[in-house]
Design a binder for this molecule. Sequence first.
Ligand code: ZN
Length: 430
Amino acid sequence: MFRLLDEEKVFKDPVHHSVYVQEETIWRLINTPEFQRLRRIRQLGTTYLTFHGAEHSRFSHSLGVYEITRKIINQFERNGYKDWPQEEKMVSLCASLLHDVGHGPFSHAIEQVFDMDHEEWTCAIILGDTAVNRVLKEADEELPQKVASVIRKTYDKPIVVSLVSSQMDADRMDYLLRDAYYTGVNYGTFDLDRILRVLRPHQGRIVVKESGMHAVEDYLMSRYQMYWQIYFHPVTRSSDILLKKIFKRAMELHRNGYTFKFMLHPLRQLLKGELTVADYLSLDDNIAFAAFSQWALEEDELLADLSRRFLNRQLYKYVQLETMDLKLADSLREEWTSIGLDPEYHLETDTVVDLPYDLYKPGIETGPSEKPPILLLDEKDQLTEISAKSDIIRSIAGIHRGKYFIYYPEELLREKADLLKTRTRELLHL
Ligand code: ZN
C-alpha cells in the first residue's frame, strides 16, 4: 500500500524552488543506491566542455520530472477531472522519478559505440535484483512491471505514458528549463506554471485548453532554440566525437588482446559487451574519468592521445559544409592515409537534424516511436491539432533542418599541411 510519510520531505531546487515528497515509496526510491548513482552522472554529458555551468546531474533532473508530474496530477485531482484515473497516481510518479535510472556515463556517446539503449537498462534495473525493484514490489507486487511498461510506452493507460513521454511531457519540460538554467543561456525558458494550469485529461490523453496555446508556442520555440544553441553545439559534438573515439579505440585494443596498464572490472565488461545489471550500475562519470586519466599514460599512442585530448580539452576543430558531400569525405580519408594519419580516428563527418515539432499528418500511420500531436481543447469540447491554429507552430513544424560538419585534429594536419592538396588546405583553413 502507499503510505504517506509522517512529515513531507522537501528538496531545494533551483528550477522548481522546491520538490515535495509525500509518499513513503517515493522517498525510499530516492534513497536507493541505483537512484543515488544518478548524482554521479552529468545530465548533459560532455556539454560542460562548451558551457562550463552544465555540471548538473541526472539526479536533479529526475527529481524535477517527478515534481512536474506531481504538480500536473495534483492539478487534475484538485479540479476533480473525471478523465484522470486516480489509481494511476503512484505508477505515474514512480515512472517519472525512475525514467532515467538506466542512463550511464555520457549516455548518448557510449550507447552509439556499444549499441546499448538506456531505456532497456532502465527496465532491467526496475525489473532486476535491485533495491529499486524491492521498494516497488513492497508497495505493490505488480508495480515494477507497470512502471517498466510505462517506460517502454506499452502501458495500457496511454494517459500515464503521455505524462512521461510525449511532445510536451514532464521530461522535456524539466530538461529544457534545467539545461537553460545551468548552461546560463537566456532562451529556453517558458511559463511552466501557465502550461501546468492549462493541461487537461481528456479521453485517455492529455490535451491543452485552447487559451494556453501561446504558452505552448513559447515552449516549442524554446525547444527549437535549445536544440540548435545547446544540444547540437558543434563544440559539444566535437567532445562527443573524441569520447566515442576513445571507447572505440579501447574496444579495438581489447579485441586484439592488448594488455591495458589500467582496467577496472565494469569497464572490461563494457568493452567485452558482457555487462550485468550490477556491472552497469557501477559505471558512472567518475569511473570514466579515472579511465581517461590512466589511459592517457597507455603505451598505445592513439588511445593515450585521445584520452589526453579529452581531459585537456584539446578538441578537434571543425568546418561546416553546405551539404554532406560523401565524395569529399572519401577523398579526405585517402589523403589522411597518404600523410600517415588514421582516418578512422583523425577524421569524422557529422550531420545533425532536428524536427522541432512532429506534425500529425492525417492518413499517415504513426509508428509506436512517433509522439502523438499536441491537441487543443476548445470550449465546445472539440479537439484541434495545434499547428492548425498556431501560425508560429505551423512555421516551425515539419522543418527538417540539417547541418553538416567535418572534424579533424588541426595541429596534426598543420604539421603536414604542405603535403595536402590546395583544396583541402583551403577547406580546413590551414
Ligand atoms: Zn529525462
